[in-house]
Design a protein around this ligand. Sequence first.
Ligand code: UT7
Length: 327
Amino acid sequence: MSALRSVVVGTGSALPRQLVTNRDLEARVETNDEWIQQRTGIRQRYIAGEGETTVSLGEAAARRALDAAGLVPADIDLIILATATPDNTFPASAVQVQRQLGIAHGFAFDIQAVCSGFVYALTTADLYLKNGMARRALVIGAETFSRILDWSDRTTCVLFGDGAGAVILEAQEVVGQGSAGDRGILVSKLRADGSHCEKLYVDGGPSSTGTVGHLRMEGREVFKHAVGMITDVVEDSFAALSIGAEDIDWFVPHQANRRIIDASAKKLGIAPEKVVITVGDHGNTSAASIPLALDTAVRDGRILRGDLVLLEAMGGGFTWGAVVVRW
Ligand code: UT7
């Protein structure tokens, strides 16, 4: 008797060419480097230029993840791409990445859960793999939020950036039902509460205005809910595994705001040196932020095989969720 586990076998990421510092933004809106750094921890972000899109960034991240895993595109039979900024309303950005990679088998689709998109996508891929419907999944978070920002609104335009990250999950057998010591995704908890829709949204869309629209956010309201929602869903995940914060080797949160990350880690009792923080380097990249941070910590040698890694995200909807992975 054996079961299947979804094991991470490779990570990759990609950022646009153009670097925009806080000082660069001082020329665009009434803001300053000190305010942005103190309130958010953000120093800089990357903004997509001509020819750079959600699909091109997603493809670049995917190719790096394939290289890291020692795999070729033909090895992939499921692609899930999390984005709130697709190249087109349809077809899905996932099938466009599939075409760019030269894959014509398996299946591919997008997931839209805004900043929680990567956690939702990883959980969805895990279910397909455990169920035997696919053997290797490419899970991508890719965004070009710069294209839905109101560049005259200082309360939002300084916060976001563009980028992509990807992981490859492979279904591997474990003995019996497996244990928390076996590699792979151990638990996922997802949540949504649409009563908060108007606190973080885009004021356009194909069926309402027929336009793309711009991001609108009541930042203070989002902030107020973030830490409680994050810690609740993480504590549920810990309870499901009968573990505590001390068992976690690395905490890789959604990178929205340094203050939210620090407050969540503190409330959960996770030591600061176990927290991977990249928001300063690329701002809030929505669904791309967790895989970007993961890839950073894998490539610089922090996250190692066998480590217990906690991921969490919270964003528009509200949607939120957590995943615990034995690396
Ligand atoms: O990805 C998931 C979703 N997003 C988030 O998690 C974001 C959640 N929210 C936040 O991170 C924070 O609420 C912000 C970073 C957006 C704002 O920080 P805050 O400490 O909540 O500031 P605030 O909105 O209360 O604004 C404080 C002051 C205001 O001035 P007054 O009314 O006190 O005179 C703002 O007008 O800061 C002003 N302000 C700015 N000043 C300089 C707002 N934006 C800026 C700016 N530069 N860019």
